[in-house]
Design a protein around this ligand. Structure first.
Ligand SMILES: Nc1nc(=O)c2c([nH]1)NC[C@@H]1CN(c3ccc(C(=O)N[C@@H](CCC(=O)O)C(=O)O)cc3)C=[N+]21
Length: 281
């Protein structure tokens, strides 16, 4: 049985900092959460993120729009939030309806309020990140967890499975910035198992249930599961066949209770930081 790399203790440290900053601020930070339609992944994230934000004293303003909302209507809403002084940060929940191009919609955000780090400006900052940058949030959560458990990246053979614009690409940048020896795989990779077997650290961010099986990993590997999928029974599961892989490897993140918990805590810490910096400057 491997060591469990739990997200909870990582999240606790981030949430304690968020609580402290929020208590010191004159105004109350507020996150606008924009949801279009009723997708279950968007709803699930809205629910867990709202709970965590409110726990540390951050207000949440849900902005719930009809499934039929068009791009120009959504643009109006986002521009209003960009200019609203009481809104500290804006999160546009994905997936959006197919009629709305997600990358184009995220690009409407003021990069200074783009808490999830989806605008091209914030994506670009992942190439050479500074501590105050809003680099893509889930990618930053992976680094926060690796750092908390003092997992060395310099010279480590890291195989990243998944090259999405929201997670894989920025995460690749953050890993390269730490001098990892990086392999990036996607759905076109011809021999995925060869790439994962040779890795000291395997990171999955694909949205494919049970993509990573025990035969695909070395016994001394560290496995980081960024996936959030729902199985046939409606249970939250990652990309990794956890039952089998956790019997074999050195260390592994659980789902739930792994990267997801760090992501929501980092969301809270960042929001508190935006307001506290604005009040200081
Ligand atoms: N613009 C945008 N950015 C996202 O980052 C984004 C998104 N849209 N849409 C949906 C997916 C999914 N996602 C999750 C993050 C944390 C948990 C999370 O907090 N999970 C907890 C438990 C939650 C539970 O038990 O339901 C855990 O893993 O321990 C779940 C899912 C972010 N996503």
């Amino acid at each position: 049985m491997s060591k469990l790399l739990k997200g909870k203790p990582v999240a606790q440290a981030l949430l304690a900092h968020a609580t402290e900053l929020t208590a010191q601020s004159r105004a109350k930070p507020c996150v606008a959460m924009v949801r279009v339609g009723d997708d279950s992944a968007a709803l699930g994230y809205q629910r867990s993120a709202s709970k965590v934000l409110q726990q540390v004293g951050i207000e949440v303003q849900p902005v719930e729009l009809d499934q039929q909302t068009n791009l120009s209507q959504l643009k109006q809403t986002i521009e209003r939030l960009n200019h609203a002084p009481e809104i500290t940060a804006i999160l546009i929940l994905e997936p959006l309806p197919a009629s709305l191009p997600a990358a184009q919609v995220q690009e409407l955000l003021d990069p200074a309020k783009d808490i999830d780090g989806n605008t091209r400006v914030n994506l670009g900052r992942s190439v050479s990140p500074r501590p105050e940058d809003l680099v893509p949030l889930t990618a930053a959560a992976v680094l926060a967890l690796l750092d908390f458990y003092q997992i060395e990246l310099r010279g480590a053979r890291v195989t990243l499975v998944g090259d999405s614009l929201t997670v894989g690409r920025p995460l690749a940048n953050l890993l390269l910035d730490r001098s990892a020896t990086l392999t990036v795989c996607d759905s076109s990779t011809t021999d995925l198992a060869a790439a994962t077997r040779g890795a000291d650290i395997v990171i999955t961010a694909t949205g494919q249930l049970d993509l990573l099986t025990a035969e695909m990993v070395a016994a001394d590997a560290i496995v980081i599961d960024v996936g959030t999928n729902y199985d046939a029974a409606g249970k939250l599961r990652g990309d990794v066949d956890f039952a089998a892989v956790s019997q074999k490897v050195r260390a592994i993140t659980p789902v739930p209770g792994g990267i997801g918990a760090v992501t929501t805590a980092l969301l809270a810490e960042r929001t508190a930081q935006i307001l506290s910096r604005a009040e200081r400057d």
